[in-house]
Each structure stands twice: as structure tokens, then as C-alpha cells.
Design a binder for this molecule. Sequence first.
Ligand code: B12
Ligand code: SF4
Length: 442
Amino acid sequence: MNKKIYFIQPTYQTSDGTLLKGDSLYVHSLAMPALSAATPPDWKKIVVLQYFEDIDYDTDASVIAITSMGYDIAQGIEIAREFRRRNKTVIFGGYQAHFSSHLLKDVCDCVVHGNPGPKEMKKILSDAENNKLQKEYHFGIDINFAFDYSVLSDKNITFMPVLCSIGCINDCDFCCTAAVYKGHCRLRKIKFVIEDLKSISRISKKAGFVDNNIYNNREYLLKLLKAIIDNNIKLKWGAQITVDVGDDREVLYYLHKAGCRLLFIGMETVNQENLAGVNKKYLVQSYKERLKNINKSGIKVAGYFMFGFDKDTTETPEMLYDFISSVKVSIPILNILIPVPGTRIFQRLKEENRILFKEEQDLLKNNSFYNSACNTCFFIPKLMTAKEAELGFLELYGKLAGYFQIIKRSLCFNPVMMAFLLGMNIIFRKEYLDMKRKHELV
Ligand code: B12
Ligand code: SF4
């Protein structure tokens, strides 16, 4: 066996079966830069991001390493089959491989769970070399090394990804992160985050923290922000965070000073009982004031909301519309609740016989766009029908996609930020028009 590994991040198939490809993305996963950096130096490596480039099935590499984040697992399985046909050793890892390892049994040699660092990658590859690969590896989390940004440097990615933690201290019932890390998180050593930010500064002006929640540990975040300032890193960046940061003037001040201009916040619903019902511990009545404080500190907010919770009714879209259009949310991100297999909400809905798909593959295949809103209701809501949920969702999207709403959400004093927000809100409108067209065709 030669010491050559071929890493593949599959793209995914749209619902009509075509492969989704393109030449630019807003953000990208860090799995490949991390794995490439963790590969032993005596192994040659090639990394292919299938969204941007094609797979060379004639590669002479002996080990094929495939990642899978979500729907892309269906395409990953096809790739694995083709390489196995060519007698290659195939290994899989990533979120969806973790949740769906049973789908991979017959198409690969091993599934890796967890976040392998250099030591673990060395172990896997030496086992492969010695024909001793285990069917599954369960590793912990090693993210304490600098990542290999050469993997992304020639790609058109608006916000270069960076990472300071894995997991989340919260444990929300619907969340895939909570399903894996169960309310725990691991922080990355600040020196490696700074090293990565320096690598990014050489290839881009913008970054995006791909952490689930950068506010997992307040003291750590403050230290990180001060290190970004002290190291004179001039990147402008965004990150996901919990809404309680809106009460924390000191953190908001340093976030802005360190270059943060956009925060993604999961507010999910404006009904307190809904939040409590999915084990999310924040207060809806605090949202307005907290959003105001964040905006005052010079940072814009992209807000995640979902529809289809147990207390939601056909009246809820109107309430969500009133809330979103009256507070300072510059980019709304809306989805119908997705009961992802592996999460507690999936388990509960399954026990209540409310899941509307038979096999998890049906859910994985049922997507129309890359990272587009989920406008299909895959379960029976409690206080309305699935059809009513879909219609209500479409109506809500439509109202928020009106020109007046788009312009109102995008207005601000900074022309660069305004152009960015306008661009994002125009994408929001396009998504709505597309959903509407598809809905009328059905
Ligand atoms: C960036 C991102 C995206 C980008 C990806 C763009 C791209 N082409 O790369 C966009 C915005 C398009 C996106 C889309 C989606 N995403 Co996404 N995304 C993320 C995000 C924020 C960061 C991923 C990342 O870089 N993580 C950091 C790296 C270091 O960790 P990692 O990916 O887990 O990889 C490590 C290990 O898993 C392991 N590993 C991974 N692969 C392999 C392979 C091998 C061979 C080995 C040995 C090890 C290994 O080692 C890696 C290094 O430590 C995560 C949240 C998160 N923080 O992880 C969500 C997340 C992964 N996404 C999620 C979801 C739900 C989706 C969508 C389904 C959303 C939608 N409605 O469309 C789609 C699915 C797209 C798809 N490809 O199938 C969920 C998980 C889904 C799941 N399967 O359970 C997450 C966890 C967010 C959440 N909390 O809900 N996403
Ligand atoms: S706060 Fe966000 S990332 Fe954390 S468990 Fe809840 S939904 Fe997941």
C-alpha cells in the first residue's frame, strides 16, 4: 500500500438527482483543513471539495477518506462504492457518518467518530497500512493544532472558516450538536485560533467562526477577543452565539473591537412554552432588549427561527412576522422544524407516532438546495396539520420577503454592511420566490 490519502468532501444531489456544484460559497466546513493538518507528514495527501472540483476516480492513492455533514452522505455512499469497486480502502467520518454509521456498513472499511488529531490519524493510517483497520473508531476531540488553510486558499469562500470550540454548553432537544456533545464543549487553545486567523488574513479579509456557540465560556471568549486585538488581526467576522450576550456590555464591546460585525442567534420561537418544550433555557421577553443592545454595539444580527413547535398554530406565522419585523433582526433565517434522527425531538415524535418519513434516507434525500430553508413538514404538528404548517411557513416567508421589509432590514450607516445585508436579503427573497413556484407546481 502506498502512503497516499485522498480526502473528499462530497457535495450533494439535489432532489432531481443532479450534483450541486458552483464556484463560490459563503462559508465552508473546516473538516478538510483540520484532517489535512492532522495527517502524518510522511503521507502524501490530496484534498477534493466536490462542490468546487471533480473527483479523480483513477487516483493512485491507497486510502480514500470521505467526510459527511448531512445530505451529502447519499453522494458520499456512491463515491465510496465506486472506490471500493476499484479496491481502495475507504474510511468515513463527520456528523452524518456518526449518526448514520449503519448506512455505511457495506460501503466502507471503517467509520471514524469524534475529532481525530495527529495522533489518531497516525493510528488509523498505520492500521490501514498493516491491514488492521477496525470497523469503527471512537475518538475524543483533538483540535489543538493549526489547520491547513491551503485546502481553501484558492476557493472563492466569502467568510473563511475558523474554529475556537467544539460542542455547546446547552442541550436543546432539536439540535444535532447537542445530540453529539450532550451539553459539553471543548475549547481550543487560543494560540492555534490566532495562528489560523493569521493564515486567513493572508488569503481573505473576512472570516466566520463555525463554532456552534462562541459564548460557551465567557472568560475564554474575552481572552480570545483581546488576543485578536493584541495581534492586530484586521479581519471582519461573524459567529454564532446565544442571545444572552445581549446583556453583556463588556463582551459586546470587545466583540466589536476585535472585528465582529454579524452575530447569528437562535431565537427559534416567540412562545415561551415552545422554548421550554425543547429544553432551550432563554426568555422570549428578553429578546427585544438584548437585540437592541447588540445592535447598539455596532453588530448586526441574523436570527434563526423555526415553525412547527408543539404550541404553534396557524396564527403563529403572524406573531413571528410581527416580532421579526419590529425588532432589530437584519437577516431572518427560517425553517420548519426538522426532526433529525439522533436528536431527542426525533425520538419523542417517533414515540408519539408523528414522524412522516419511513426511512432516514427519505429525509436525507429530501432537499432542494444547498443549505436552503426547510419548507417541508416531516412530522405531524400538534395543533395543525403538516399542510397547514407548510402553507403558514410559506406565507410568513412571503411577508418577510416583501421589498419594504428587505430594505428596512438592510438599512444602516455603513455602506459596505448595507450592501452585504441587501445581498443576503435578496437571496432570502429569491428563495421565497423559488419555494412559491415549486409549491404552485405541486
Ligand atoms: C459550515 C457548515 C455548513 C456549510 C458547509 C459548506 C461546505 N460545503 O462545507 C453549509 C452552510 C452549506 C452547511 C449546510 C448544511 N448543514 Co451544516 N454546518 C456547518 C458548521 C457550522 C461547521 C462545520 C465545521 O467546519 N465544523 C468544524 C469541523 C472541524 O468539525 P467536523 O465537521 O465535525 O469535522 C471533524 C470530525 O467530524 C471528523 N471528521 C469529519 N469528517 C471526517 C472524515 C474522516 C475520514 C475522518 C477520519 C474524520 C472526519 O474530523 C473533523 C476534524 O475535527 C456545522 C456546525 C459545527 N460547528 O460543526 C454545521 C452542521 C454540521 N450542519 C448541520 C446541518 C443540519 C446542515 C444542513 C443539513 C442544513 C440545511 N438545512 O440544509 C446542510 C447539509 C449540507 C450537506 N453538505 O449535506 C448540522 C449537523 C447535521 C447532522 N448531520 O446532524 C450542524 C452540526 C449544525 C447544527 N448544530 O445543527 N453547513
Ligand atoms: S444553543 Fe444552539 S448550538 Fe447550543 S444546543 Fe442549543 S441549538 Fe444547539
